[in-house]
Design a binder for this molecule. Structure first.
Ligand code: ZN
Length: 242
């Protein structure tokens, strides 16, 4: 089985994306999967969308991508996110807005039994968080195949469903069992919220899945955000990983 790098929630943070891409350099494009939220929050939306498009075989939509593309209903978002989305919509090249607006909500790598969705397999457009084991257990009913990769919460976790219905979790590494199924949150490359500010992504090698952390130049991203006039709260949280 080939190796896969699964990247999510870059949120226009080019420094974090470049740091992750440098680590996975050499991995063919076919084996890089992107789980959505290329933009929103960060200072480099155009560069990030172009780079993700170029480097990944599958690119699906996150809620921030669709909001920035359509400048649609922003009531769902908190004030900081809304301000960042409005800024993003104003600076995004029209062609890239079009690209984001046409992204699919889900994707598959059938030969590997992989399904990808930004938030939850149950209702991709509802943008629900899988933040309880009950929600996770329900999610398993809504995809076929062994593995579903998700993002959205910016908190990485590996959830395992055993044949008897038991669900258990692993923090950052698991050996995948043939009889089990998995929902794996790849964490966030551009705005981690698990207390670790380093960029996160998931790596699948054979039957081993790991959450990998990569340090990057946070200060540089923060300076760009300041220059762009993005909200102070969004600038500060990058250093905290919260
Ligand atoms: Zn996100």
């Amino acid at each position: 089985m080939p190796s896969y790098a699964i990247i999510s929630d870059v949120h226009a943070n080019l420094e974090s994306l470049n740091a992750v891409l440098a680590v996975i350099e050499g991995l063919p494009v076919e084996n890089i999967l992107f789980l959505g939220d290329a933009v929103g929050y960060g200072p480099d939306p155009n560069e990030c969308v172009e780079l993700i498009r170029k480097k990944s075989a599958l690119m699906i939509a996150g809620n921030h991508d669709l909001a920035a593309a359509a400048a649609a209903d922003l009531t769902y978002f908190n004030p900081y996110a809304r301000e960042a989305i409005e800024w993003t919509a104003a600076v995004l090249k029209p062609a890239l807005k079009g690209l984001l607006g046409r992204l699919p909500l889900t994707g598959t790598v059938p030969e590997e039994g992989i399904f990808i969705v930004h938030a939850s397999p149950r209702d991709p457009e509802g943008w629900h968080y899988i933040d309880t084991l009950a929600e996770a257990r329900m999610g398993f009913q809504y995809f076929t195949g062994q593995i579903c990769f998700i993002g959205h919460s910016h908190v990485p976790i590996i959830i395992e469903l055993m044949p008897d219905g038991t669900v258990r979790t692993y923090e950052d590494r698991a050996v995948l069992q043939e009889k089990c199924r998995y929902i794996i949150n790849a964490g966030s490359t551009g705005q981690p919220r698990d207390g670790n500010p380093d960029a996160a992504y998931a790596m699948l090698r054979g039957n081993i899945v790991e959450i990998i952390r990569v340090s990057y130049d946070i200060v540089r991203t923060q300076q760009k955000m300041r220059d762009a006039g993005l909200p102070a709260f969004l600038i500060q949280r990058l250093a905290l990983g919260r």
